[in-house]
Design a protein around this ligand. Structure first.
Ligand code: PNW
Length: 486
């Protein structure tokens, strides 16, 4: 008997993770409460002139004191998973294990225990941009010792929370941290050391991740049976003019300098992509750069990143059209090494912030690319979202459509392209401190009233929409006709 047309087909695996994500500095507040040490984001925001209207995460959503309210939001949505990050300096005020802040441990214990007793699985990021200031003062992510500081912190967290936390992310988005913090100066620590520190910082993040993964593998995995990975952000790129070989080559380079930079060491050859090495070498020669090696080498004397991701953690926001870069500069830079220019496709709608063109089908293409280039890993989409700027609209129909369109593309990646997608985390549970944009950009499934001391949370219509999608386990997703990929 033929099945009626409307019978929903279940595409997502039974144990698919339906989640939402946040990060400590963006929601917690309580920046100096109960023994927390300062982080580089405290310093950055307090310096003034760095962030939109000098906003800071001093209070943010006050989740440090209002965790019960966050838990209500999580339960209201019916999430199966919640991704949060630990504030390193709340647990270890000077970044080292020489002093542990008991109040910090108590806070995260409560969060984790409440999640679990409500059948919500926690996924924890150990470091989401907010390095302890004390470690910045001794060189931060540029110093080789940072890998040991991070490893000690990670071991402390595995030991303290690993009986209950089974999904770990070491570091969030090394590329964004390195590029915005050390090349563009837009994120803490706010430096513009063109074409040099960006590679060193990313390198030390990979080293630190690899060390922590090996620690877990050697000392905790057997008993705790969890999984450890690193969250990688990537755009999807396409040539502006596919008939121009220059644009096609520039697009390939774009993906090399965006994702392959990290996936080649983690999932591929174990080293940086050849094309990156060649471009950087060529730029050194062309510009007569003599300041030493810019792209560091992995040492034979320590654990390598290869094989140190138990799953693929992908943060996806946007896609780009790419063309060959024609202008040239006189000094080395990441942009010069890349030799590609990104262009906004006018047919792609822009959400809130200028960098975020809404391209759900780019996510499907990127997932296929990951399947093909990283040996078909299990993938969690650990962040994806849509921002609002200007007057608050609780009836956020654009964002509703965005989640529909995006999850339809994810379902096609699963059913048509055979990508092993294990979960999806919406960014974000709450409107929060959106880094250099302060509170002017809202990504939440819940609106937060930052003007009131209670920081009242109110569900957007998109929250209701996401809840309904979760209840139907992703079946019967509505789409506007003619939208999306075939
Ligand atoms: C991610 N870009 O950062 C972060 O993990 C979140 O903390 C953040 O709130 C979210 O995306 C939304 O911005 C990004 O400029 C920051 O391309 C900037 C970019 C991408 C991701």
């Amino acid at each position: 008997m033929a099945l009626p047309q409307h019978v929903p087909v279940q595409v997502f695996p039974q144990d698919f993770a339906w989640g939402a994500a946040t990060a400590a500095y963006q929601i917690e507040g309580g920046w100096n409460m109960d023994g927390k040490g300062p982080s580089i984001w405290d310093t950055f925001c307090h310096a003034k002139g760095r962030v939109f209207e000098n906003h800071s995460g001093d209070v943010a959503c006050n989740s440090y004191q209002l965790w019960d309210e966050d838990l209500k939001c999580i339960k209201q949505l019916g999430l199966t998973h919640y991704r949060l990050s630990f504030s390193w300096s709340r647990l270890l005020p000077d970044g080292t294990t020489s002093f542990v802040n008991p109040k910090g441990v108590q806070y995260y214990n409560k969060v984790i225990n409440d999640l679990i007793s409500n059948a919500v699985t926690p996924m924890v990021t150990l470091n989401h941009f907010d390095l302890p200031q004390a470690l910045q003062d001794v060189g931060g992510w540029k110093s080789p010792q940072i890998a040991d500081f991070f490893d000690n912190y990670a071991r402390f967290c595995f030991k303290t929370f690993g009986d209950r936390v089974k999904l770990w992310l070491t570091i969030n988005e090394p590329i964004i941290y390195a590029k915005l913090g050390y090349e563009k100066g837009l994120f803490a620590p706010g430096l513009k050391e063109l074409g040099t520190s960006v590679y060193l910082v990313a390198h030390n993040m990979l080293r630190a991740h690899a060390k922590a993964w090996h620690s877990y593998d050697a000392h905790f995995r057997h008993e705790q049976k969890g999984k450890v990975s690193i969250a990688l952000n990537s755009d999807w790129a396409e040539p502006l003019d596919p008939s121009l070989p220059g644009d096609v080559a520039a697009t390939k380079r774009y993906m090399n300098f965006e994702l392959d930079w990290f996936t080649c060491p983690l999932f591929g050859t174990g080293d940086y992509p050849e094309s990156m090495k060649c471009r950087i070498e060529a730029q050194n020669r062309e510009l007569g750069f003599t300041g030493g090696e810019r792209l560091p080498k992995f040492s034979e004397d320590e654990p390598k990143p290869l094989g140190t991701a138990d799953f693929f953690a992908l943060n996806y926001y946007t896609s780009r059209k790419v063309k060959e870069m024609t202008s040239c500069s006189s000094e080395v830079s990441l942009a010069g090494d890349l030799g590609a220019e990104r262009v906004m496709d006018p047919s792609w709608p822009v959400s809130g912030v200028s960098w975020l063109a809404v391209v759900p089908e780019g996510l499907r293409k990127l997932l296929k690319y990951i399947k093909e280039t990283c040996n078909n890993p299990a993938v969690y989409i650990t962040e994806n979202g849509f921002s609002q700027v200007g007057p608050v609209e609780l009836e956020d129909s654009d964002r509703c459509q965005f989640y529909q369109d995006t999850l339809l593309e994810v379902s096609k990646a699963v059913s048509k392209d055979g990508v092993n997608v294990r979960g999806y985390f919406a960014w974000s549970l709450l409107d929060n401190f959106e880094w250099s944009d302060g509170f002017s950009v809202r990504f939440g499934l819940f609106h937060v009233d930052f003007c009131s001391t209670e920081c009242k949370r109110t569900m957007y219509r998109s929250g209701k929409e996401y809840k309904a999608i979760i209840q139907r386990h992703g079946t019967n997703i509505k789409v506007e006709s003619g939208k999306g990929s075939k």
